[in-house]
Design a protein around this ligand. Structure first.
Ligand code: NDP
Length: 340
């Protein structure tokens, strides 16, 4: 069994906890960064339900400060850099998202290079690939595409993910460190929550379970199960593919209704408030006149996000869990954790 140490930044996050469980089950030692040591206790309790946590330790570090990062990297073989603010609402100041994402990524990269870490995996996003493009585009998005920063519907979050992945790739090209780099670019991450600290993507499903909207906007996403995203991170750490890989974590593109249908079918009465029809686009446009949140989605209404990640599937040997399983799994965990 391997005893390499992997640093997982932002280990308190929804995806990062799944990554930590997967790594610990595969025999890695895991060191997680947290912003507060109280979070470390919560993470310990959660992970202990799923794996042996004796090879798990914590360090305190914030993306906006140098403190703690050099110590965090000591003796580390690889880094999974997941920490980044993920909020759905548009902040007043875009730098609330962009600064920690970009500055933080460069800070973590520099500390990793200084400590001679061998492998670095950055959690980027489909947000860095598929947004701001002309509506007339018909080609599916692939690993070669980049979000157009000043295009329609590009939010501060989308910008933060695009700029932070760009910054990392530019850093690697400029400094050419002897460290293997890859990015994982997941779509909307579904699948089970491990605890009540739920992260941004579960809030979307939670809103529908709570009956916040009578119908679904006609919006399409690349979707993926969190358990697959965790496996992808580990495979990217271990791959013999060349440095620089960009791996799209997407099982399929799905409209909101494609997520709601299996949730309703599998959760029955627990999903009674989940919408069973799509809202017409004109209605959302009307609401958008008064509601800034609705305004943000108008440019993408009715546009199918077509994706071809066959290169990723082949390179990492991934077979993805489909939305029929990942959407109800997330909904069920929200119900079980009393979050509805
Ligand atoms: P979470 O919100 O659950 O996790 C975010 C993590 O980042 C938390 O651990 C949080 O710590 C940490 N963090 C935020 N700001 C800072 C900071 N200034 N310093 C240190 N740590 C910080 O989100 P997810 O698990 O969903 O997301 C993890 C990663 O995956 C992010 O990079 C996100 O952009 C990316 N991603 C997520 C997708 C999704 O659908 N969920 C899709 C595509 C990409 P704390 O607990 O202290 O707040």
């Amino acid at each position: 069994m391997t005893q390499k140490t992997i640093l997982v930044t932002g280990i308190s996050g929804f995806i990062a906890k799944h990554c930590a469980v997967d790594l610990l089950r595969q025999g890695y030692r895991v060191r997680g960064t947290v912003r507060s040591l109280q979070k470390a206790e919560e993470v310990k309790v959660t992970l202990a339900k799923h794996c042996d946590i004796s090879p798990l330790e914590f360090v305190q570090a914030d993306l906006l400060s140098d403190a703690g990062w050099d110590a965090a990297m000591q003796g580390v073989h690889g880094v999974l850099h997941l920490a980044s603010p993920f909020i759905l609402n548009e902040p007043k100041d875009p730098n609330e998202l962009i600064r920690p994402a970009v500055e933080g990524t460069l800070r973590v990269l520099q500390a990793a290079v200084a400590a001679k870490v061998q492998r670095f995996v950055q959690t980027s996003s489909m947000a860095a690939i598929a947004y701001g493009h002309p509506k007339t585009r018909t080609n599916p998005f692939t690993e070669d595409d980049w979000t157009i920063q000043d295009g329609p519907g590009v939010t501060s979050y989308t910008r933060s993910k695009t700029l932070s992945e760009r910054a990392a790739r530019d850093f690697m090209a400029q400094h050419r460190p002897d460290m293997h780099y890859a990015s994982i670019n997941p779509g909307l991450v579904l699948g089970p929550l491990l605890d009540r600290d739920m992260g941004g993507s579960a809030e979307v499903i939670q809103m529908f379970l709570r009956g916040k909207y009578p119908g679904c906007p006609k919006l399409s996403f690349g979707v993926v199960d969190v358990r697959d995203v965790a496996v992808m991170h580990r495979l990217a750490l271990e791959t013999s593919e060349p440095s620089g890989g960009r791996y799209m974590g997407v099982s399929e593109s799905a409209w909101f209704m494609d997520m709601m249908r299996p949730i309703k079918a599998q959760l029955g009465a627990q999903a009674k408030k989940v919408p069973s029809f799509e809202l017409p686009n004109f209605m959302i446009r009307l609401v958008a006149l008064f509601d800034p949140a609705a305004r943000g989605i108008v440019p993408d209404l009715g546009l199918e996000l077509r994706i071809d990640n066959s290169r990723t599937r082949k390179a990492l040997g991934m077979e993805f869990i489909g939305v029929e399983e990942s959407a109800p799994a997330m909904a069920k965990s929200l119900v079980d954790l009393d979050l509805v």
